[in-house]
Write a protein that binds this ligand. Sequence first.
Ligand code: FES
Length: 104
Amino acid sequence: MPVIHFVTTSGETLTLAAENGRSIMEVAKANDLPMLAACGGALACATCHVIVDPEWYDRLDPPSEDEEDLLDTAHGLTPTSRLCCQIRVSDALDGIRVTLTPMD
Ligand code: FES
């Protein structure tokens, strides 16, 4: 099973195994990480905003136009920001590192 490294807003790293095909948001929620993900993955809220480690960012499928539009509304946007309900876990992402963003 691929693993995902989640870095919390306080700098702690949590490494979690994740099933292929789930979204990174689903993995975070299933493990009670602090993430609102208010729309449940419907690409309608931007509260699943994470910052992807630059080393990994280019390995992801590029964001859709809808995701980019929503990302523009996210707090603390960075060049490697993504909405993690749109990132599917796969073997190719084994070891990816994402940083959570504040919930408020
Ligand atoms: Fe709402 Fe990702 S959970 S956009």
